[in-house]
Design a binder for this molecule. Structure first.
Ligand code: PEP
Ligand code: MG
Length: 750
């Protein structure tokens, strides 16, 4: 299993390398390391079918490019000619052995080589050698054979392109920011990098402070202008994002932070950098991926201010109107998107960034395919032909003509699918056999509200209230929170809204309330933190109740609950808040209160909590983390963080059963809801409310409409027999392919 994973990694990395030299070196280095051999060398067929040593880990560097074995000569020639692997010890005793001077081969006592064959021709030979006289195991040999079959394709592609005098194609992998396929030419965005600014002193803090205020005003004007440019086309989708930019620009933490840095003797760019960096770092350190993504908004804004200060912020699009453009930048900003004519904009590629950034949110709202985080070092040339396959998170630069044709066909198909899904917007999610499923969105920023509504969400199933707490210098007041929650409830007027109380603590630290802990994931967080800071919780609950204004749309979600006393204490506080507000003359009603089932200890206690709660919402992100003891944000153990692990699937089924017995409404608000395969299982388990990202909602609605309960149940039964998550995924994907889940067949063919 390890070798297979490694194989995929090596082939992918090789396909992505920027130059042929990097590619071949990466191949030999990775194989040497993974197999624990002393030498790995790659020979490629030259003119007259001779074999040229093009890369080696272990043999003398001077031999690379110079060592050339005539066709059929030596062990390498033998493998090339016979197209069969050779796996031997004491290679110098083999009749075909030829001594090649100066490369130090004579020291190695074992040898294994496999041919790279493409369309029946040997295009190269991959060889490994060890000092020890040990023959490679059949598994190791099979690994090399499998690898060589794939490498033959990768390596051959380079030579074809070079022979044709064309720029070779490149594929980069990132994450999906907004779905779809876009094709066009690369338009590089201004990448003013505030974060590379070095500290410089300022001589006259007074005039620099004035300059700072002028800069703020100028950028505020620019943002308003861009907002109105886009607004005429799509105002409701994008207004909130620009509002968030305005909010950040007016934030006292930014404005006075920079003033203080200037007063301390720094020039404007370095003052700006230190303040923006400070806030971006705070967000970056958070373990919640949504909140972590907010650091990108802050960095965008920092770069935006910096480029305006440098006078470089001007539209540089010089293409003929209607030229299809793919915006490419470290962090393509909201204003880059706004400044590009909508009929030209076909895709967005960010070298940095995550699927939760504002750029991704805006791309989603505008329906522009976006791929995020393809890596800093990727050089894409201005004007290069590009394909953005955001469904798979792939970016193709200078694609082969055949690939381009195939993508044009896929893009046309996609367009048709999108049209069909848009038609579903106002239709209910009902299974083929008449079972109603309620689809909500997850949200957490005012800018997210429109995409959810546009996707046809029936409410907000999870509103993460953390953000207003994090962008300030201190705890937001009741009035400030009231404004925010009112905005959310108003946007979804008449629809249910589940506001979660502050899920702070652990890595989600507040800048003005530092918490240092040995083991933050198991520490002072969620409801524990809230109850220990009850004045804070009281303020938040009062703001929530006042925002609801007695409409009854509000439900309150409690995060990370693990003990009965937490519920009892919250209920007491809620009753106090209600009486206070009633006495003050506010119209309020008791909201429904539920717990997030995230801590495994909650599961067994649900029957004990029946009288205290009105519903539960399964937070599969944390539940998976705590059931599997796998940090959800640690890349090293990412492969083990898997909600298809049978333990997670079984526990969720158990929660669904318990809630049925207790007649307790249950929903799922973790990422599992957005995954079509997982959604089938959740529905089969009896869960009828799913809360997910706005981008996925239309497809999940399509799924519900093409599913019947006996089929879902049959799949769940098969899944329950599996002991391996990979098998579970395959079962579900096969079914989704069978029903032609939108976009999946096209993705599977690539
Ligand atoms: C979860 O844990 O599944 C969840 C929805 O909450 P968050 O991702 O905000 O921790
Ligand atoms: Mg959680």
């Amino acid at each position: 299993m390890g070798l297979i994973l490694e194989l995929t990694r090596i082939v992918q990395a090789a396909a992505e390398a920027a130059t042929p030299e990097q590619q071949v070196n990466l191949i030999v280095d990775s194989i040497q390391q993974e197999m624990g051999v002393d030498v790995c060398s790659l020979y490629l067929a030259g003119d007259n079918a001779d074999m040229v040593l093009v890369a080696s880990h272990g043999l003398g560097r001077q031999a690379i490019g110079r060592t050339r074995l005539e066709a059929g000569k030596g062990l390498i020639g033998l493998v090339a000619r016979t197209r069969h692997p050779l796996n031997i010890i004491n290679p110098d005793a083999h009749p075909n052995f030829v001594h090649v001077p100066d490369i130090g081969e004579e020291n190695y006592r074992s040898f294994c080589a496999v041919p790279l064959v493409r369309a029946g021709d040997t295009v190269g030979v991959l060889a490994v050698q060890c000092l020890e006289p040990r023959q490679l195991s059949p598994e190791e040999e099979a690994f090399l054979v499998t690898l060589s079959a794939q490498l033959a394709l990768v390596v051959a592609a380079w030579s074809d392109w070079q022979a044709a005098g064309l720029t070779p194609p490149q594929i980069f992998h990132g994450v999906r920011g907004a779905p779809g396929i876009g094709m066009g030419i690369a338009q590089l965005c201004d990448d003013s990098d505030l974060f590379s600014v070095v500290d410089s002193p300022c001589i006259d803090p007074g005039s620099v402070t004035q300059e700072w205020h002028a800069l703020l005003a100028r950028v505020q004007d620019d943002v308003s202008r861009e907002q109105s440019m886009l607004g005429s086309a799509l105002s409701s989708e994008v207004t909130a994002i620009f509002d968030a930019y305005h909010m950040l620009l007016a934030d006292p933490a930014l404005v006075s932070g920079v003033e203080r840095a200037i007063a301390a003797g720094r020039d404007l760019p370095s003052s700006l950098r230190s303040v923006v960096q400070h806030y971006a770092d705070l967000f970056m350190a958070m373990d919640d991926p949504y909140l972590r993504a907010r650091h990108e908004d802050i960095r965008h804004l920092g770069n935006r201010l910096y480029s305006s200060w440098r006078g470089t912020h001007a539209s540089t699009h010089t293409h003929a109107p209607g030229t299809p453009l793919i915006l490419v930048g470290n962090q393509v900003s909201v204003s880059d998107i706004a400044a590009t004519p909508r009929d030209s904009l076909c895709g967005v590629v960010c070298l940095e960034g995550s699927s939760m950034s504002h750029t991704a949110i805006l791309a989603n709202a505008l329906g522009i395919p976006a791929v995020m985080g393809i890596g800093r070092a990727r050089a894409i040339a201005q004007g290069a032909q590009m394909i953005v396959d955001a469904n798979l998170g792939n970016v193709l630069v200078n694609p082969a003509p055949g690939v381009e044709t195939e993508y044009r066909r896929l893009a046309a198909q996609e367009q048709a699918v999108r049209g069909r899904l848009q038609d579903l917007r106002d239709k209910p999610a009902v299974t083929l056999d008449g079972e109603r499923v309620t689809l909500y969105v997850n949200s957490g920023l005012l800018a997210d509200l429109s995409p959810g509504l546009n996707a046809g969400a029936e409410g907000i199933g999870l509103y993460r209230t953390e953000i207003p707490f994090m962008v300030r210098d201190g705890f937001p007041s009741e009035e400030e929170q009231l404004n925010i929650y009112r905005h959310v409830l108003d946007a979804y007027r008449g629809k249910p809204v589940y506001l979660r109380v502050l899920d702070i603590g652990g890595d989600k630290a507040l800048p003005y309330f530092p918490i240092r802990e040995e083991n933050p994931a198991l520490g002072w967080r969620g409801i524990r933190f809230c109850l220990d800071n009850s004045p804070l919780l009281m303020t938040q609950v009062r703001a929530m109740l006042r925002a609801d204004g007695g409409s009854g749309a509000l439900s309150i979600l409690l995060p990370m609950v693990s003990a009965t006393r937490e519920l009892l204490r919250f209920r007491e506080l809620l009753s106090d808040a209600l009486s206070q507000l009633q006495e003050e003359g506010h119209a309020v009603v008791r909201p429904r209160v539920g717990v997030m089932v995230e801590v495994p200890a909650a599961i067994a206690q649900l029957p004990l909590w029946r009288e205290q709660i009105d519903f539960i919402s399964i937070g599969t992100n944390d539940l998976s983390q705590y059931l599997l003891a796998v940090d959800r944000n640690n890349a090293r153990v990412a492969a083990s963080y898997d909600y298809f692990n049978p333990a997670v699937v079984r526990e969720i089924a158990r929660i669904a059963d318990i809630s049925k017995q207790l007649d307790l409404p249950v929903s799922v608000c973790g990422e599992m809801s957005s995954d079509p395969g997982a959604a089938i299982l959740l529905i089969a388990m009896g869960i009828r409310t799913l809360s997910m990202s706005a981008a996925q909602l239309p497809r999940i609605k399509w799924l519900v409409q093409h599913l019947d309960l006996p089929t879902a149940q049959g799949l769940l039964d098969s899944v329950m027999l599996q002991s391996d998550s990979a098998r579970i995924r395959t079962l579900l994907t096969d079914f989704l392919l069978e029903i032609d889940f939108p976009g999946l067949r096209a993705a599977a063919r690539q």
